[in-house]
Write a protein that binds this ligand. Structure first.
Ligand code: ATP
Length: 513
């Protein structure tokens, strides 16, 4: 069973207590929406990145990787449209002095309507039991229909206002819906203004506007400006892709919900360069491929869904999100965007340099079209943690345990080696031998700092799929007990077979097939 919404705080506390995520600069009371990854967090995050990289780059002949710099020539952001259009609509509450995204306030109102609908459905399901037909109920119940109708009306108004950049209309929607400041309850709002999300800094040797640099708000542009460098040096033919993992920075207005919305975060992006006209085919291809990537991890299908964009970004002719059901509802985890030739075309125009591809089959030059897949590494981390953290009863013991049921290939530590007694020289010696042998293959941990029950609990809490216990029987027979995190089964296995048994479960290659 996944985490219910009221346990989101527990997940945040768990992440800190077990060394996954710390607030940045905590000794100075923290920096809002900036986080540090601890010893187990960095392992999990690296495993997520490795899974993405291997499935995108290693498993595709026609996708290669790069690692571009965070700083780029300032004209990059002019061409890409970020200087003029990478804005969020901002609204201040005059009483509380709190700042919000106008569209998010409206979306949260819509979320509440959805929750009300769900409540009606749940109530009816309980009342009617097995006879309950959800589809019929949703299409006939008066109250549900009223909520749905209101939801649809707001959704349409919001999409129109966002697409047209109509700030006065956004304010009007907030007033019509009587939306209050979630913290203070005040409805005393300022007008809505545009707020650019890019952080800027200054080059050391150039004063004024000319030396103004931006911290990249997406990794994609580093790929676009390198398109020809990569194509020529790797002799790739269209269709081909360029992948990159790296930091991105956005001065988010509403930076809440833990690592869901951060000001410094990491993206895993792939730009797939195609023939103009082929975008629909490749858009569908990558939608399916990316959903498969998520499902391979064992995430239940009901927790993932596609969500078409209501208002397209300035660069896109089609866009869809893969949403995940976070503890606070279905939200964007990944975006798949058909970006047309917008970016390459814009860089070509502003730089005056040709960014075209000569297609040997068609015998013609063109600016390629692009389909992009873009996923936030931190959001993926949060999705995996919230899906994995479970509190359950230990069968037959009357006790409960907190266990992180992460996919074994993602787990920070693959196996813990635990001697039954810490002061028993021979046990400790054998346990250390096993540890030193297994560490050549996996991230493993040796621990003799408590009773075996306590050590198991600790490994459960960090998601370690296997625990090896070294006991007195081990000394003569050279066998150990291998405990499975999920089934709690304990099996006696020869020390010589440990590596092979563990590898079978934790090897990432099973995810790539
Ligand atoms: P949102 O609508 O939630 O602000 P977005 O549509 O602006 O997201 P994209 O520009 O499509 O996001 O970025 C691609 C991916 O990068 C997102 O799907 C998300 O996983 C991640 N991402 C974007 N902004 C942030 C952020 N502030 N913190 C963490 N991850 C982010």
């Amino acid at each position: 069973m996944a985490l219910p919404i009221d346990q989101f705080k527990k997940l945040i506390a768990h992440s800190k207590e077990y060394g996954f995520i710390f607030q940045s600069s905590e000794v100075y009371d923290g920096l809002s929406a900036v986080y540090d990854y601890g010893p187990y967090g960095v392992e999990l995050k690296n495993n997520i990145k490795e899974y993405w990289w291997r499935s995108m780059v290693q498993m595709h002949d026609n996708i290669v990787g790069i690692d571009a710099a965070i700083f780029m020539h300032p004209k990059t952001w002019k061409a890409s449209g970020h200087v003029d259009a990478f804005n969020d609509p901002l609204i201040d509450n005059k009483d509380s002095k709190k700042r919000y995204r106008a569209d998010v306030l409206i979306e949260e109102y819509m979320d509440k309507l959805e929750a009300k609908i769900q409540k009606e459905v749940d109530k009816a399901a309980k009342r009617f039991g097995e006879k309950f037909d959800e589809a019929v109920f949703r299409s006939t119940n008066d109250r549900v229909l009223r909520y749905q109708e209101e939801h649809g009306r707001i959704r349409e108004r919001l999409a129109q206002a966002m697409t047209g950049g109509d700030l006065a209309e956004l304010k009007q929607i907030i007033e019509d819906l009587e939306i209050a400041d979630p913290e203070s309850g005040s409805r005393n709002w300022t007008d809505v203004r545009q707020f650019n999300l890019m952080f800027s800094t200054q080059l050391g040797n150039i004063a004024g506007e000319d030396g103004k640099l931006y911290l990249r708000p997406e990794t994609a542009q580093g790929i676009f400006v390198n398109f020809l460098n990569v194509q020529k040096t790797t002799r790739q033919k269209i269709p081909f892709g360029i992948a990159q993992i790296g930091k991105a920075f956005r001065n988010e207005i509403t930076a809440r919900q833990f690592i869901f919305r951060m000001r410094e975060f990491e993206q895993m992006e792939m730009q797939f360069f195609i023939r103009p006209g082929d975008q629909k085919k490749w858009y569908e291809h990558w939608k399916e491929a990316r959903m498969k990537w998520h499902l391979a991890l064992g995430t239940p299908a009901g927790k993932l869904r596609f969500h078409d964009h209501d208002n397209l970004a300035h660069y896109a002719d089609a866009a869809v999100d893969i949403q995940f059901e976070f503890p606070f509802g279905f939200k964007e985890l990944e975006g798949i965007h058909s970006r047309t030739d917008f970016d390459l075309g814009a860089h070509q125009e502003l730089s005056g340099k040709k960014l075209q591809y000569f297609d040997p089959e068609l015998q013609e030059n063109y600016v390629p079209y692009v389909v992009e897949t873009s996923i936030g590494c931190d959001r993926m981390f949060l999705a995996m943690m919230s899906e994995a953290l479970v509190e359950e009863e230990v069968p037959g013991s009357g006790n409960t345990r907190e266990v992180l049921k992460l996919h074994p290939a993602l787990a920070p530590i693959k196996c813990a080696i635990l001697p039954l007694k810490r002061n028993e020289g021979r046990l400790v010696g054998l346990a250390n031998d096993i540890f030193n042998d297994l560490r050549l293959s996996f991230q493993v941990q040796y621990d003799d700092t408590g009773s075996i029950g306590k050590l198991y609990r600790r490994q459960d809490a960090i998601g370690t799929p296997f625990c090896v216990t070294v006991d007195f029987e081990s000394l003569d027979g050279h066998t150990v007990t291998l405990r499975d995190r999920d089934t709690l089964e304990q099996e006696r296995v020869p020390v010589a077979r440990l590596e092979e048994i563990i590898r079978k479960r934790v090897d990432m290659k099973h995810l790539l097939i």
